[in-house]
Ligand binder design. Structure first.
Ligand code: FES
Length: 166
């Protein structure tokens, strides 16, 4: 943990956060929490305690409130991730459509378990709640790209395509 380290928001981060703060009443700066965390993560790749503390200070809100937001939404990375994050949905629709086989295939293909990053730092495999693609279950998302109606065979093809990019 990095409880004792500090992080300074960059000028660009503060400028971008200010755009969001301006959208809300002055006494509701905390409404920009998700946006602010997204801005910091976009530049840093993840959110350390020090980064979340910096957001809390900047938005003049309790650190615990920022942690609550960051831990609630699966889009936030609370530890460093690989270059590409694979979000595999294991919620109800995907579960009923066989996501266990998809998870198994991803784990075998990548040689890691859920929550882990490949040794070459290319992929992080994360289990997430509903991706809002239930009609295409089972579904996953890689670096923001959606893949639906997955089968183990499709998973292999998709991962091979991303390996070529990496
Ligand atoms: S349950 Fe998997 S996308 Fe909705």
């Amino acid at each position: 943990m990095d409880m004792n380290t500090t992080f300074n928001l960059t000028h660009n981060m503060r400028t971008d956060i200010d755009v969001w703060v301006a959208k809300f009443p002055a006494e509701q700066k905390s409404s920009a929490t998700i946006a602010a965390l997204s801005i910091v993560q976009k530049e840093q790749g993840w959110l350390s305690d020090a980064m979340m503390n910096a957001v809390a200070d900047y938005l003049e809100m309790p650190k615990s409130a920022v942690y609550e937001v960051a831990t609630f939404y699966s889009m936030f990375n609370l530890k460093p991730t690989g270059k590409y994050r694979i979000d595999v949905c294991t919620n109800v629709s995907c579960m009923l459509c066989g996501c266990d086989k998809i998870v198994e295939q991803l784990e075998n293909r990548l040689g890691i378990n859920l929550g882990e990053t490949t040794q070459d730092q290319r992929f992080t495999l994360k289990e997430v709640e509903c991706l809002a693609a239930c009609g295409g279950a089972p579904a996953m998302q890689i670096a923001g790209h959606y893949y639906e109606h997955l089968t183990p065979e499709k998973v292999d093809i998709i991962i091979s395509e991303w390996e070529k990019k990496a």
